[in-house]
Design a protein around this ligand. Structure first.
Ligand code: 3EB
Length: 329
């Protein structure tokens, strides 16, 4: 018997984009999660670590793999598919969306809250939200705004800024009839970060809807072996959308926002590279399928050597053409 408590091992997450058969990827006992994108990806698998995200990819998308240290345990419970190891948990919840985005989000977030509170990984570090027709509806009836109201209602208490996860909220370009929620949670809380170029999303003025969105611009996990987790980042400066008339200018603004987030994180973790590079993984969401090639070419030119997956997905403000999320190490 050990007389001293074993120290908590530092959480480690490696995100990789891989071309390999799904079953070969799932054979890895250190695989926490694997994502397939678009219509060519397998729709489902009995293994709860696999998730298909119904956003069409530009070209042949690889699988996105999350690998951790240690033996991953996994299962299904309460309609949630989960896996966990090394102080980290992956979970996913997909619920029917009958068209009422507020009620759907409220129910899903209430389930997520209960699930996190009951388990050993109560701290959501990173949350992805995918919903149909995200910019449909006028004014405060827009589905994204209803989603924001429902998310806050489901969580049912005001989160302190220090508790906010990094997040993505993107629209499926074709109707799925479902709201898809997945997350990375941890046993230990992380450190949410804001972007000095942007107003905190939770302080957005009333013009963007009755409920300001509850997310942090990025999150730095407690462990130095974890990458910086970057939220969905668009051409928003202050609280305003910029460059509605120029794809090129929106992309430049997104890149400036990503660099700004990295600079903020480097104040706490100076070892992080200054710009996106070989240790970065980006997912790029493009509103119009016709822009996929242009944006891919721009990324080749501006971010050579940065692994990326380019997806057809709708940003939650109608005037924004592109959004990028990812990890940076
Ligand atoms: C923005 O900057 C773009 O509601 O969870 C980005 C990331 C956006 C997450 C969310 C919304 C969310 O406001 C939109």
């Amino acid at each position: 018997m050990h007389s001293l408590a074993t120290p908590t091992p530092a959480e480690t997450l490696r995100v990789e984009y891989r071309d390999a058969p799904l079953d070969a990827l799932l054979d890895d006992p250190g695989l926490l999660a694997v994502f397939g994108f678009g219509d060519d990806a397998p729709p489902a698998h009995a293994d709860p670590r696999y998730l298909r995200v119904a956003l069409p990819a530009h070209g042949a998308a690889p699988f996105e793999c999350w690998r951790v240290d240690g033996e991953v345990r996994h299962g299904h419970a309460d309609g949630i598919a989960w896996s966990e190891a090394g102080g980290l948990q992956f979970g996913t919840l997909s619920v029917v969306d009958d068209g009422d985005a507020e009620a759907t989000a409220a129910a899903a977030y209430a389930r997520l809250q209960a699930w996190l509170a009951a388990g050993r990984h109560p701290h959501p570090l990173r949350i992805w939200n995918y919903l149909d027709a995200i910019t449909e509806g006028d004014g405060d009836e827009e589905r994204y705004r209803r989603f924001c109201v429902g998310r806050a209602r489901g969580i049912a208490r005001e989160l302190a800024p220090g508790e906010l996860p990094a997040a993505t909220a993107i629209g499926f370009p074709r109707r799925t009839g479902r709201f898809l929620l997945y997350w990375l949670a941890a046993a230990r809380p992380g450190h949410p970060l804001e972007n000095p170029r942007q107003v905190q999303a939770w302080r957005y003025p009333r013009q963007y809807g009755p409920q300001a969105p509850g997310f942090a611009r990025a999150l730095l996990p407690a462990s130095e072996a974890m990458p910086l987790l970057l939220s969905g980042t668009a051409a928003v400066v202050g609280h305003a959308s910029r460059h509605g008339d120029s794809l090129q200018a929106q992309l430049d603004e997104v890149l400036a926002n990503l660099d700004s987030l990295i600079a903020t994180a480097r104040a706490l973790r100076p070892g992080l590279p200054v710009h996106p590079g070989a240790g970065t993984r980006l997912k790029v969401y493009v509103r119009d399928a016709a822009d996929l090639g242009t944006i891919d070419a721009w990324l080749d030119a501006r971010l050579p050597g940065v692994p990326r997956i380019v997806l057809h997905g709708q940003v939650c403000r109608a005037e924004l053409a592109v959004e990028i999320d990812g990890v940076h190490a």
